[in-house]
Design a protein around this ligand. Structure first.
Ligand code: PLP
Length: 390
């Protein structure tokens, strides 16, 4: 008997949208080097520029301010550099990083250790703006660069980027926002969100892996030092022949999201409501992380005390349901969550964290199947607990 699998791990990667898969296929067949001046080259260039327009439109940016990269990790590494230039403020940059950022920010920035400060979050996962304001006061002679994600990949918590940006812009600083999990789950507008530079990733929005973008709000922001040097592609910011197929798929996914966003968000909201009420109905002792904060509608991170994540993940997987225990770790193991750690969650509860992330493929039936499997798992662990206690 073949089992239908249910995929509830969109924050790790989203299944490719049919529009994106078709665009990838077309671009692969089309071929051509976008830098060549013959007809094939110019067709490839047109494909790239069309994708640039679609990605720009998704976040309200101008196409000329979109720079394609291999993914969001590269885009964030590119942006978070002391070589940033904007205006004529000559003070050295000081980087402020919210404690719950993705590793692509925490470990990917290009600043020396003594020019970096981690800003704590409150127990609900939201950045502590008072702590940020205090830290800024202590370093008046440096120019602040804040790395603050729009939404967290593990908990879905939405950060007050606009309010934080007011503090930073008041000191002539800049804000870099990781918008990877926000794109496609909520409206993101670079003109109004507070960020000066944002990073997004194709494979999180139903595009292929291998493409991402760094997007700037205005032309007057310059990266200074590129990461990948060589040819003059992407206005000299990212050398190397463009990944035509992935970029084409990225553009198609961005276009599809823009078309479907309002309907997707309202479906996700009602599916999350059903999911959370179902989980609470099965296990009253459940803890939902970030529940006291505003969250993107596709993410539920929770723990049932005593139900260890690693065991639960395997049980779900055997029952045909793919979920995760937080961020996808390159080793494929369940790792300790620095996000929950920063929120002050105790280690025994952290070890029980499960993340369910919904997306464009998620049906109401998927949610009901998840709840069935969860109820079974809960019944088994309760029995095991009672036997152990006896
Ligand atoms: N930022 C967040 C919040 C993410 O969830 C991820 C991927 O897990 C990244 C950055 C890195 O994106 P990419 O896989 O495109 O390098």
């Amino acid at each position: 008997m073949t089992m239908t699998r249910i995929y509830l791990d969109h924050n790790a990667t989203a299944p490719i949208r049919p529009e994106a898969a078709r665009a990838v296929g077309r671009a692969l067949v089309q071929g051509g080097n976008p830098s060549s001046i013959h007809t094939e080259g110019r067709k490839a260039r047109a494909t790239i520029e069309r994708a640039r327009e679609d990605v720009a439109a998704l976040v309200g940016a101008q196409p000329k301010n979109v720079f394609f990269t291999s993914g969001a990790t590269e885009a964030l590494n590119l942006a978070l550099t002391p070589s940033l230039q904007a205006g004529c403020d000559a003070r050295p940059w000081r980087l402020y990083v919210s404690a719950t950022e993705h590793a692509a920010v925490l470990m990917g920035h290009r600043f020396p250790e003594d020019a970096v400060e981690i800003v704590p979050v409150k127990p609900n996962g939201v950045i502590d703006l008072d702590a940020l304001a205090k830290a800024l006061e202590q370093h008046e002679y440096s120019r602040p660069l804040l790395a603050l994600q729009i939404a967290n990949n593990e908990t879905g918590v939405i950060q007050p980027v606009k309010a934080a940006a007011e503090l930073i812009h008041g000191r002539d600083g800049l804000v870099v926002s990781d918008a990877v999990q926000a794109a496609g789950r909520m409206p993101v507008d670079i003109e109004t969100c507070g960020a000066d530079l944002i990073a997004i990733s194709a494979h999180k929005i139903g595009g292929p892996s291998g493409a991402g973008a760094l997007i700037r709000r205005k032309e007057a922001i310059h990266i200074g030092e590129p990461l990948v040097r060589g040819g003059g592609q992407e206005k000299g910011l990212r050398a190397g022949t463009e990944n035509l197929a992935s970029i084409a798929g990225f553009g198609a996914a961005a276009e599809a999201i823009r078309r479907d966003l309002a309907a997707d968000v309202s479906r996700l909201e009602s599916q999350r409501e059903r999911l959370e009420s179902g989980i609470f109905g099965i296990a009253q002792d459940v803890v939902v992380f970030g529940a006291a904060a505003e969250r993107i509608p596709n993410t539920v991170a929770f723990a049932v005390p005593g139900v260890v994540a690693e065991t639960a993940l395997i049980s779900f997987d055997l029952a045909g349901v793919a979920i995760s225990s937080g961020s996808a770790c390159s080793s494929g193991k369940v790792k300790n969550s620095h996000v929950l750690d920063a929120m002050g969650v105790k280690p025994d509860i952290r070890a029980c964290m499960l993340r369910v992330s919904l997306g464009w493929t998620t049906s109401d039936a998927d949610i009901e199947r998840f709840l069935e499997v969860f109820a079974q798992l809960r019944a088994n662990t309760s029995v095991a607990g009672k036997v152990l206690a006896a």
